[in-house]
Design a binder for this molecule. Sequence first.
Ligand SMILES: N[C@H](CCC[C@H](N)C(=O)O)C(=O)O
Length: 292
Amino acid sequence: MKFTKMHGLGNDYVYVNCFEEKVENPEEVAVKISDRHFGVGADGLILICPSDVADVRMRMFNSDGSEAQMCGNGIRCVAKYTFDHGLARGDSEFSVPGQETFKNSLRVETGRGILKLGLAVGDDGKVEKVCVNMGQPILKGEDIPVALNLDEVIEEPIEVEGDVLRMTCVGMGNPHAVFFVDEGVNSIVLPKIGPKVENHDLFPERVNGHWVEVHAPDEFTMVTWERGSGITMACGTGACACGVAGVLTGKTERVTKAHLPGGDLELNWCEEDNCVYMTGPATEVFTGEWPE
Ligand SMILES: N[C@H](CCC[C@H](N)C(=O)O)C(=O)O
């Protein structure tokens, strides 16, 4: 099975072009291929598949084999692969309301519907940066899902490891729990608190956890414990959830820069269409053959 290793800010996945390859049991392949000692090494597996309703379809599997509805860093790499490898032409325009316009765009079918994205193409004709319309944030507790009968989950108390933390929950197709910390994100012991949050009883489908330090109304730093993958260098859907949580809690504005361990993402929760726009890089590292 041919694969391409790509990453978005160090959130790295093994990508398989399913226009050419067939992956029988992606859940099992994801676990084996993600192993950083006995496999290729990645945060998971992403399949780029034909679609009847968009240019391509993305299926995303965490390193524990669980399938997720969306992946922000992943969809930027799917767009880059699709354009660079000629799976689709991407020759229609894309614009962020009141902001920049991209002359190349693609539509990707995901677990949360069809998402549109703009491509910034370099002089070499390859995609360098992608602006994704990530859709509208999901705020109602039961839709995120989190077992709280609330229309919005903002700074709600949750007991973790004997401590009471204040949690803001946002869905981006997948579930996110956001914790604002005053003492700085370097104080967070992710291997200890991450799994407790991921598997907390309040989350029927588990959850991605993020700890956020706000520096200014337009800038924050975040660290992540991902559902199904643990600590990652970046989480695109998570960054969007943190950007939305910042507005809901009055801690940040709608346009923010997120600093993640692997680099920065530009976020804009657009008032005009209530959609979250995320802009960041996508990188192709190497290709290879997986023996099975
Ligand atoms: N672990 C996530 C999927 C990957 C999300 C992340 N890598 C991103 O860039 O959005 C989940 O199970 O919901």
